[in-house]
Write a new protein. Structure first.
Length: 102
């Protein structure tokens, strides 16, 4: 599978599926590919349950963590990231993934 950008963490074994346009399209444990045109990078992520108490903003985004292609936990020093709904239509693209053989 051809990547959009060479920079970023490996996505080997995964390809982009349907583009995400709303936080309601994802659930915990979904594997995503995030493409940042700003940083010219592509990374693999896993959607995680919120690590913080419920918030009125919970329907406006979702939490992710970086992932390795084998989905083993990685980057323990990184905090989970919040992806806002407006980021889904901005300088970032988020995709559900499909496991594949590269």
């Amino acid at each position: 599978m051809t990547r959009t950008y060479a920079k970023g963490r490996p996505t080997t074994g995964w390809r982009k599926g349907k583009r995400i346009t709303s936080p309601k399209q994802v659930t915990p444990d979904d594997v995503l590919i995030g493409v940042s045109h700003r940083f010219k990078a592509e990374n693999l992520y896993v959607v995680i349950p919120s690590p913080w108490p419920p918030s009125p903003h919970d329907d406006q985004g979702f939490h992710v963590r970086y992932a390795r292609p084998d989905l083993a936990p990685e980057y323990p020093n990184f905090e989970p990231q919040w992806v806002w709904d407006f980021q889904l239509a901005g300088q970032e693209e988020w995709y559900l993934t499909v496991a594949c053989l590269d």
